[in-house]
Design a protein around this ligand. Structure first.
Ligand SMILES: Cc1cc2nc3c(=O)[nH]c(=O)nc-3n(C[C@H](O)[C@H](O)[C@H](O)COP(=O)(O)O)c2cc1C
Length: 203
């Protein structure tokens, strides 16, 4: 399963959420690519089985300025079936908490993206155990949704990957079964080439 995580964060809360999601996705054997959203072209999301997009909110009416270009690029057709899950930090006491996520979600849905109906909004600080657990839980459920995997199958892989004895073979077997290429192929020259996060090779 090839997962992309794109995010923007000013004071680091959304970034911590992104890292927590990344760690969880890697722990269950996904191939994970993480980038700041200001360097990402929307079209690149088509190369992934599931994309997590994270935004902070500083303005009720707008997405963060670093995500402007990404947001503006959502103006083409052909995103049908591209699966996206949204998360971000904000002020949950606000009249419209984490409004940027709702704005992005609306536009993505209009242009055919398949947006996970659960959006993860965390109140400011995202480094407590409980908050990080929420991120991991969200990531797991989004993955089950995105991969159309049965829950029991997901947990079976998870248990096996948790066992040092089987970790490497289960990881490789899953790659073969899922038939995912090790490297990102067929990208145009114009686009960035995504490198795998280094930890993924740590076997
Ligand atoms: C000037 C300012 C304006 C903000 N406006 C909003 C807002 O409109 N809605 C909201 O939910 N949170 C708002 N917040 C709270 C931030 O979204 C929150 O601090 C969040 O954790 C920032 O995420 P980051 O650490 O990833 O940058 C605002 C914070 C500041 C400092």
């Amino acid at each position: 399963m090839k997962v992309f995580i794109g995010y923007v964060s000013l004071s680091g809360n959304t970034e911590k959420m992104a890292i927590s999601i990344k760690n969880r996705m890697k722990a269950v054997g996904c191939e994970v690519y993480m980038e700041r959203l200001d360097t990402v072209e929307v079209d690149a999301l088509k190369d992934f089985d599931l994309a997590f997009i994270g935004l902070y909110t500083w303005n009720l009416e707008d997405v963060p300025y670093e995500a402007n270009e990404f947001y503006e690029e959502i103006d083409q057709v052909g995103f049908a079936g591209v699966k996206v899950a949204l998360f971000g930090a904000g002020d949950l006491t606000h009249s419209k908490p984490c409004a940027a996520l709702d704005i992005l979600s609306d536009k993505m849905k209009r242009f055919g993206f398949d947006v996970y109906d659960r959006v993860l909004k965390i109140h400011h600080e995202s480094s407590t155990y409980e908050q990080l657990r929420k991120c991991e839980d969200f990531a797991e459920h989004a993955l089950i949704w995105g991969s159309n995997r049965k829950k029991w199958r997901f947990f079976m892989w998870d248990r096996l990957l948790g066992s040092p004895k089987y970790q490497k073979s289960v990881f490789l077997l899953r790659r073969v079964l899922d038939d995912y290429p090790i490297k990102c192929k067929g990208r145009s020259k114009k686009r960035r080439t995504y490198t795998r996060t280094s930890e993924i090779r740590d076997f």
